[in-house]
Write a new protein. Structure first.
Length: 433
């Protein structure tokens, strides 16, 4: 089975590597994914008890942060090695890691590669965020008697359809996982239907509700950001977060029509992939607006009044800051079939949130908000325009919508604590520490 999987994975890599180079996803640290780790890593980990945490990208890393912090406190005798697949996720993890912790790239799932990396890191426990199923890696951990725990596990509607077709192959992989902590009852049921033993699955909630602690986003901080944008007291800010190709044109058309009625409305577009900034600048110019990158504003006098620009957030890690000063938020990846993005971040700031109808990647989270009338779903650009206009004309309605959104978030918190308790109970029961 491993030989067949290695062959399939090799064929996939032959196509993926040129694509990743073309899309500039290849970087010098990619050698780590081939199992070529700096010598200092083995030296730094020597004679340490290692907990290896893995998260794919920024969203998963953000979700992992509260658990990572809790693990430090519960297991002070251990050291955390944190791995990611994307560079943006790796950069975020680097910011959070302590000097005695390591952040690396997850190895490609070839037998020889994962065997080499596991031998170097020598983990005593592996914690994988969400549903990252790497057959060779999990099998090697099993052979090395390293427990593997899946936390914040979920299976989206689209993934479940594919997983059902691959059930004969997935079942033995899932069987090698020691404990699965699922986001929801639906996710747990799906995992069990795919062959996971029921006693291995527990429902603990979604950790993405836990990484929201913005006590530092005070009034002074918000004032400084509004000053950076040159916004006056009467100005309203519409933030379009995590947008994808095909959405900016719709948003700009909506904004142009709204601007005729609401001259104090300003727009900030935060593309999901900041490297698209030059492309978005052209779209803004074609819409007869002046683009202004956030990074360029830092070199201007604070409070400079810009002539009807459209701001572009061309950095990573600042979107939450601008959600905090927004008056209305649209979360992208939802007007087109991308499956939506995280709506928890603007919700905790009591912001009225609008999404398109394509949110299948976050259906469980969206259902909570929809059931509590804490989000507005737009079918298309025309609906988006009507909804934004309605919220601008009815600020009390916008405030109520935002408050309900925050209440949903606060009620769902606690998954990280539950996950830690389950992990500790499992390890204690099996005398691992």
């Amino acid at each position: 089975m491993c030989v067949l999987y290695d062959l399939i994975f090799a064929l996939f890599s032959l196509f993926y590597l040129p694509y990743s180079i073309l899309k500039r996803k290849y970087h010098k640290e990619f050698l780590q994914r081939l199992g070529i780790l700096p010598q200092i890593i083995s030296q730094k980990l020597k004679n340490k008890r290692i907990i290896w945490m893995h998260a794919v990208s920024v969203g998963e890393v953000n979700a992992a942060l509260p658990l990572w912090k809790a693990i430090r406190e519960r297991f002070p005798q251990c050291r955390v090695v944190f791995s990611t697949i994307t560079k943006t996720g790796n950069n975020l993890a680097q910011k959070f890691a302590r000097s005695d912790e390591l952040v690396v790239y997850f190895p490609l799932d070839f037998s020889l590669v994962v065997r080499k990396v596991i031998k170097v890191i020598q983990p005593h426990l592996v914690i994988i965020l969400e549903t990252e199923l790497w057959p060779n890696f999990i099998a090697r951990c099993k052979k090395s008697v390293v427990p593997v725990i899946l936390v914040n596990a979920r299976i989206s509607d689209s993934s479940y359809k594919r997983y059902k077709l691959a059930r004969p192959f997935l079942k033995p992989v899932l069987g090698k996982i020691d404990l699965i902590l699922a986001q929801s009852e639906k996710g747990a049921a799906r995992l069990i239907s795919l062959g996971v033993q029921e006693e291995k699955v527990k429902v603990t909630g979604n950790m993405k509700f836990d990484n929201i602690d913005y006590s530092d986003k005070n009034v002074d901080y918000s004032d400084r950001l509004r000053l950076l944008l040159g916004l006056g007291k009467q100005d309203k800010l519409l933030v379009a977060g995590s947008t994808h190709r095909g959405e900016e044109e719709i948003i700009l058309a909506v904004y142009k029509e709204l601007l005729a009625q609401f001259s104090n409305l300003r727009l900030l577009i935060a593309p999901r992939h900041p490297e698209r900034t030059p492309e978005i600048e052209k779209i803004i110019v074609q819409s007869n607006f002046i683009p202004a990158r956030i990074t360029s504003l830092e070199h201007q006098a604070p409070g400079t009044r810009h002539q009807a620009p459209v701001f572009i957030l061309d950095t990573i890690g600042q979107l939450r800051d601008f959600y905090a000063i927004a008056d209305i938020v649209f979360v992208g990846g939802s007007l087109i079939k991308r499956g939506g993005h995280n709506i928890i971040e603007p919700a905790i700031f009591s912001k009225p949130v609008i999404s398109g109808k394509y949110f299948f990647n976050f259906s469980d989270i969206f259902r909570l908000f929809i059931d509590n009338q804490a989000i507005i779903i737009s079918q298309d650009g025309g609906g988006l325009k009507r909804m934004i206009r309605d919220l601008l004309n009815n600020p009390e309605k916008a405030d109520r919508l935002g408050e309900r959104a925050k209440e949903v978030v606060l009620r769902q918190r606690g998954a990280s604590r539950k996950n830690l308790e389950c992990i500790y109970e499992y390890l204690d029961k099996n005398s691992f520490f």
